[in-house]
Design a protein around this ligand. Structure first.
Ligand SMILES: *Cc1c(COP(=O)(O)O)cnc(C)c1O
Length: 353
């Protein structure tokens, strides 16, 4: 572990106030955060400090021109009570892909990983014990130059904070196939985990909710017929026994859960197809009784089952989510890897010491 990280421990831990069975989602933060600054072409002053607010220049470029990227990952406890990370190098790699797209500096993987490990080790008491719950980890980087000239910032801050989350029991969701707004187009920023992608998705999602849907299923921005993602997750279907997910085309975020599921299914000899998927093909499969499963896949919920998809006037109703043999198996498998119940034959789980 890198020893150049200075650690200032909190004098008043909030851990004793935490009730693991009653965690308010997204509003509970652990005691510490990791911070590093970038200036004059270098990362400097890596440190762990108490979780707290900080000052920011009103003209910080991230606030105006949107150089802000993030990651989402989770730490869990294995059966020996040890803190575990899942494929952390994949996240270290992906934040740098996002950084390149947004003209931000790369974070050396060793800096990302040592900051992450030290932080999770220090706040491991905040990892909820129950399988399916986790310590959510939010690494992010943003531009801090105080200047309103449009150009890439020269100064950045990289932070990792964490917060415990309870298990997700996501009810099957009703989707609106979005035919007015787009999330991303090839050549745009959809492959980057960039803050602005999320802002642009809020309005269509709010409008869909007003119409009684839970989430939006994104379609391509040219013909509004090729399936991209669901909300902020990748999307999978089982059609006549084959697993189908849209191929990454520059507009789809390359999910680590998506990649994991594809590898696990290929290992098991299950037929998987990464390709263009026309929503009319889903409608035909549904009419012929061949559409068996549909679910979202992402770090937070792992698998989020889909109840229905409405494309214009046509409603595709999925079978009951408890019949989703492959989706449920993938959720059980990934949660089992994280808790140590399933043998980690791929070397995906890293124990933090
Ligand atoms: C983060 C994200 C995902 C899921 O990625 P994971 O690495 O599996 O968590 C999918 N789509 C979008 C748009 C995302 O931002």
């Amino acid at each position: 572990m890198s020893s150049n990280i200075t650690i200032t421990q909190t004098k008043s831990s909030r851990l004793a106030n935490l009730d693991f069975h009653n965690i308010s989602f997204g509003k509970t933060f652990s005691d510490h955060m990791f911070v590093a600054d970038y200036d004059k072409g270098q990362w400097m002053n890596p440190r762990i400090v108490p979780f707290e607010s900080f000052l920011i220049h009103p003209s910080a470029m991230s606030l105006h021109y949107g150089q802000a990227i993030f990651e989402g990952m989770k730490a869990s406890k294995n059966k020996d009570g040890k803190a575990c990370l899942f494929r952390p190098e994949k996240h270290a790699h992906r934040i740098n892909e996002s950084a390149r797209r947004m003209s931000m500096p790369e974070i050396p993987e060793a800096l990302f990983l040592s900051g992450l490990r030290e932080l999770v080790a220090l706040d491991s008491g905040w990892i909820p014990p129950q399988e399916g719950s986790a310590l959510y980890i939010r690494p992010f980087m943003f531009a801090t130059d105080g200047s309103f000239g449009v150009r890439p910032s020269e100064k950045y801050t990289f932070i990792i904070f964490t917060g415990p989350v309870g298990p997700y029991y996501s009810e099957p969701v009703k989707l609106k196939a979005e035919t007015t707004y787009v999330r991303a187009v090839p050549g745009g920023t959809g492959e980057a985990k960039a803050a602005g992608n999320y802002a642009g998705a809020l309005l269509p999602t709010e409008l869909a909710k007003k119409e009684g849907f839970d989430q939006v299923m994104w379609l391509d921005g040219h013909e509004f017929k090729y399936v991209q993602e669901v909300g902020t997750m990748n999307i999978f279907f089982v059609i006549d026994g084959k697993v189908v997910t849209p191929a990454t085309d520059g507009a789809i975020l390359k999910g680590i859960t998506r990649a994991t599921i594809l590898e696990v299914l290929k290992d098991k000899g299950v037929a998987v197809e990464e390709r263009k998927l026309d929503v009319h093909e889903l409608i035909d499969a549904h009419k012929n009784g061949l559409l068996q499963e549909a679910w979202g896949a992402g770090t937070a919920a792992v698998i989020s089952p889909i109840a229905s998809i409405t494309f214009k006037d046509y409603v595709i109703t999925l079978p009951s989510a408890d019949t989703f043999a492959i989706g449920n198996e993938m959720k059980d498998y990934i949660n089992g890897l994280r808790s140590g119940r399933v043998a980690d034959t791929h070397g995906w789980v890293e124990v933090v010491n």
